[in-house]
Structure formats: structure tokens, C-alpha cells
Design a protein around this ligand. Structure first.
Ligand code: HEM
Length: 511
């Protein structure tokens, strides 16, 4: 770094070979960067030796400056940078970019110090360890690294993602910021929301999403305690991976229509599984599959280990193959008899009870994604100049932002109200009283996402449909929000479920 230089000094470096610019009171030597600049050399030469702050922020995200901080050679004499340089763990100061409970001017009855400690620790962890890999994997489409899985296992992030329970007792959560016994559904919500902040939708699912919806079934429904504890230990330590294999080419939300069969072998010692499964998140690298099968008189759920009789193929969907979405063929695959989860022919309840937590996590994640998109729109509409004025000076843009803010805050408020109920209702009662509201909440979140994606893309214009650069978060959201509208139960199915659940509690003599 050079000692502070005057603007007159900077102005002397005004050629393509010797090119300095000022951005936010800092001086950048772009002489060696000109040819590598994605926007080309011409635009840079036009600003050589000058203050390019306004032009820069009209076209770039601030994090470009963080990424290229090595080009910065010093500050302008007597001036101080004005733009905030976010550091890992920082809360955003953009209005509505954080939920109210993380905004200093507001209070909330729901959160205590351990929630705040966990939020802070999760944010630092995600920004330091998860985001860099998420960006890389989303781009190259390969699966999550064992190194990151190990880090998450060590910090007990894998364990926390199953939600509260005995599996957390005696574990040090993120270096001890929360006692495992105190971990509740607000902690759970925080983990989900912070983990989604890398904004890489395919990787988000590639990051052990399969485990979060399948190990829960083993924990709750395994009849053999030794099996339950062994599989829990293998998976939460990161040594083994697993996924939930219910949907098929033949049946999606209509679980009852699946065609994969499970029959007991002649000696009665093993299940023999035949059939296919489609859209199985993380299937490609799974060691275990929680499989929905047709059995003699109904539907059963079985934990099937990966063997040579289980063939897996990657499916290309509209997000990155980093999600490891898989087509699976079970060709006389075998699982020991004690791998049955729940009761034979009564597997429907196993699947249904497992859905609540999955849908709750999805509503939390979509809510957080929408908030990030809103933050991007607020930043962009302040920095982008159109017709000589910032975009935000257009009433039509403020109208769009108002709609987005309302949707984001309504979702978070409903989510928190639901989480409070989850904390105060026994798990068994939750299926009766909360599966309907949670289904409606998830459907509302994704309908809101539809609106937010639409408005945000229009605000960003061409950048909203361009991968990478300024509009990358909005482009990714617009391209991928539908995953949440379909996975874990399609919107129509969940809306219907919500109303049918309410119908059960309609008093008879109400008219
Ligand atoms: C520190 C100085 C600069 C750095 C490190 C830098 C870096 C970048 C990067 C990484 C991109 C790719 C898109 C993105 O990630 O946003 C880009 C695009 C671009 N840059 Fe720069 N840039 C700098 C200064 C400037 C200046 C002063 C101008 C002058 C107008 C400029 C004009 C452009 C243009 C026109 C694009 C293409 C944007 C688009 O298609 O949306 N850049 N720049």
C-alpha cells in the first residue's frame, strides 16, 4: 500500500499502460488488469486517472472490489471510504435485509441469547467455509467435498439439521454456543436460514439435504435400536451419506401410486427390492436410501444399503448437478429384515410424519432467499442510474419493493409463529395440528417467491436474466425458486392438505 495520494497524483496515471482509477475514495492500479477486465479495456481507459465511483456502482456488485482488493494501492489523501465493506459474520445494514429480530431497533419475544450466539456463529461458519465451495460447486456441477462434510460434522451442523432431539444431547454445537439440550426449533430455523445465505440453490440441496429428510425417518421409525444408533453415528460423523427415495417417474406427490416393490426372501431374512426412483436428491453419493415400497398389503418404508444391485445415474435439472439429483434402479437389491422403518404395510404414516420438518425447513429457506433477493433489489435500485437518477426515484420501483417487503415480512412472521407452536406442541400432536398449517406456510412461501422472483427480475432487467455478475442472485432465484414449489409436496397438494386438515376440525353444528 502506498501512502495516501492526492487526486492530482492519480490524474497523472491516465493511459492504458499506466491506468489508475478512484472508486469510493480508494485508488486502484488497473494497469495489469485492463486486458483481463470482463467489461473490456475501452471503458476502463475512459476513466483512467479519474474518479470512477458512480460508473463502477452503476455496473458492479460491491463484492467485486473485495475480490480484487489486491488492485487497491491506497486511499485518496484526506478522504475516507464510505461504502461498508462487509466482513464474515456481519449483519447487513440494508433495511429489511435481516429479519426484525436481528435489526437493532426492533425486539422479539421469540429469541434468547443462545439463538443470537448460534446465528452469529453460523453466519461466520457459512461465509468462511460454505460459501466459497458453494460458488465453485454450483459452477462446475460436482458434489460437495468430504472436507466440508467433515468440517460440518465436527461443528455438529449435520446433527443440528435434524432438528431438536436426543441426538444433540452431549454434543458441542458449533464450539459450544448452544447446549444440545436447549436446542429448539428456533435454533433449527436459524441453522436453515443461515445455511441458505450462500445463494447457490443447487449446492444448497447438494449440501446433505438428503440426510436431513431421511435420517429423521430412521431416528423416529427404526424398530432396531442398534441399527438406529449405528446409522445415526455413521451419518452424523460424515462417514456415510443417505437420501430419501420416494418419488418415481410413476408417482410424485401421489405417494400411494408408487410401483417399487419389496418382498421378503424365501427364508424371511431379507427384503428384496425392485423398481425405480426419480429426482432423488444426493442419491448419486448415498450409502443408504430410505425407500418407499409397495408390500403385500400396503406401503412400507425400508432402509436400503447401496450395493451393486442399486444403480444410480445423475439427472440434469435446471439447477446445478451439484445437487446430485439422481435416477435410481433397484434390481433385486437386498436389505436385512430389521431395516423396515415403522410397521409393514403401514409406511404412509412414516412418510407423512417426516414431511412436516422438511416443509418447515423449506419455508424457512425460501423466506431467507426472498429476503436476500429483496436486499439485492434495494441495493441495486439505489446504485443503478436510469434517466440520470437512481432507479429508486421511480415510483413504480418503490411499488415493487413495497410488495416484496410485505411478502418477505409476512412469511417470516408466519414462520416464527409456526416455530413457536412447534416448540410448544408434542411431536405426535404436531402431525394432527400443524401439518396443515405447515403445508400452507410452505405453499405461501413459494407463491410469494413466484411474485418476488418476477418483480426482482424486472427491476434488474437484462442482468436479472444473466448468469454471473451484478444480477447473479436474482437470476439464480428466478431460475430455481420452482424447486421449492415442487419438492416436498407441490403447492396444490399442500394447499389442499391445509384445507382438508381444517375440515377435520369443523364443528358439526355450525350453521
Ligand atoms: C476496480 C475496478 C474494477 C474492477 C475490479 C472491475 C471488475 C469487473 C468484473 C469482475 C466484471 C464482471 C461482472 C461482475 O462481476 O460484476 C466487470 C464488468 C464490467 N465492468 Fe468493471 N471493473 C472495474 C472498474 C470498471 C470501471 C471503472 C468501469 C467503467 C465504466 C467498468 C465497466 C465494466 C462493464 C461495462 C462491465 C460489464 C458489465 C455488464 O455487462 O453488466 N468496470 N468489471
Amino acid at each position: 500500500m502506498k501512502a495516501p495520494l492526492t487526486r492530482q497524483e492519480v490524474a497523472k496515471h491516465a493511459s492504458e499502460e499506466d491506468l489508475w482509477v478512484i472508486v469510493d475514495h480508494k485508488i486502484y492500479d488497473l494497469s495489469d488488469f485492463v486486458d483481463a477486465h470482463p467489461g473490456g479495456s475501452v471503458v476502463l481507459t475512459q476513466f483512467a486517472g479519474q474518479d470512477a465511483t458512480q460508473a463502477f456502482y452503476n455496473l458492479h456488485r460491491h463484492d467485486v472490489l473485495q475480490k480484487y482488493s489486491g488492485l487497491c494501492i491506497g486511499n485518496v489523501e484526506g478522504e475516507k471510504p464510505e461504502v461498508i465493506d462487509p466482513q464474515p459474520g456481519d449483519l447487513s445494514q440494508v433495511p429489511y435485509a435481516e429479519p426484525l429480530w436481528l435489526t437493532p431497533q426492533f425486539t422479539s419475544p421469540y429469541y434468547n441469547d443462545s439463538h443470537r450466539r448460534l446465528q452469529k456463529a453460523m453466519r461466520v461458519f457459512v461465509e468462511t467455509h460454505v460459501t466459497p465451495e458453494a460458488i465453485e460447486k454450483e459452477r462446475d456441477g460436482t458434489s460437495i467435498s468430504q472436507a466440508l462434510i467433515d468440517k460440518m460434522a465436527d461443528a455438529n451442523i449435520l446433527a443440528m439439521r435434524l432438528g431438536p432431539g436426543a441426538h444433540l444431547h452431549n454434543r458441542k454445537l458449533l464450539g459450544g454456543v448452544v447446549d444440545g439440550k436447549d436446542y429448539d426449533y428456533f435454533h433449527d430455523m436459524i441453522v436453515s436460514q443461515e445455511l441458505t445465505r450462500h445463494n447457490q440453490r443447487g449446492f444448497q440441496d447438494g449440501n446433505m439435504a438428503g440426510m436431513t429428510i431421511s435420517l429423521t425417518a430412521v431416528r423416529q421409525w427404526a424398530n432396531d435400536q442398534e441399527l438406529r444408533e449405528r446409522v445415526t453415528e455413521e451419518v452424523l460423523s460424515g462417514r456415510k451419506k443417505m437420501s430419501l427415495a420416494i418419488t418415481e417417474a410413476f408417482a410424485g406427490s401421489d405417494v400411494a401410486g408408487i410401483k417399487t416393490t419389496a418382498q421378503l426372501s424365501e427364508d424371511g431374512k431379507e427384503w428384496i427390492i425392485n423398481g425405480t426412483k426419480k429426482w432423488i436428491t444426493n442419491g448419486i453419493f448415498s450409502d443408504y436410501f430410505v425407500v418407499g415400497c409397495k408390500t403385500a398389503k400396503g406401503f412400507s418404508v425400508i432402509l436400503v444399503p447401496k450395493t451393486d444391485d442399486v444403480e444410480v445415474k445423475l439427472i440434469k435439472t435446471s439447477y446445478s448437478t451439484a445437487a446430485a439429483t439422481t435416477y435410481i434402479e433397484f434390481n433385486n437389491a437386498r436389505a436385512p429384515r430389521n431395516h423396515l422403518l415403522g410397521e409393514e404395510d403401514k409406511g404412509f404414516v412414516v412418510i407423512m410424519s417426516n414431511f412436516n420438518h422438511e416443509r418447515f425447513m423449506m419455508a424457512a429457506m425460501v423466506g431467507r432467499w426472498m429476503r436476500t433477493v429483496l436486499e439485492e433489489c434495494l441495493k441495486w435500485s439505489h446504485q443503478r442510474l436510469v434517466f440520470g437518477k437512481p432507479l429508486i426515484s421511480q415510483p413504480v420501483i418503490r411499488f415493487k419493493l413495497a410488495k416484496m417487503i410485505s411478502l418477505v415480512e409476512a412469511n417470516q412472521a408466519w414462520l416464527e409463529q409456526t416455530v413457536y407452536q412447534m416448540n410448544h406442541m408434542p411431536y405426535a400432536t404436531q402431525s394432527t395440528h400443524l401439518s396443515g398449517p405447515i403445508g400452507l406456510l410452505k405453499a405461501y412461501a413459494t407463491r410469494s417467491a413466484h411474485e418476488v422472483a418476477d418483480e426482482a427480475t424486472n427491476i434488474f432487467g437484462g442482468r436479472g436474466i444473466t448468469q454471473g455478475g451484478m444480477g447473479s442472485v436474482v437470476e439464480m432465484f428466478h431460475r430455481t425458486y420452482k424447486f421449492d414449489a415442487i419438492l416436498g409436496g407441490a403447492e396444490e397438494v399442500l394447499m389442499d392438505l391445509g384445507v382438508r386438515q381444517a375440515m377435520k376440525f369443523m364443528p358439526k353444528a355450525m350453521l
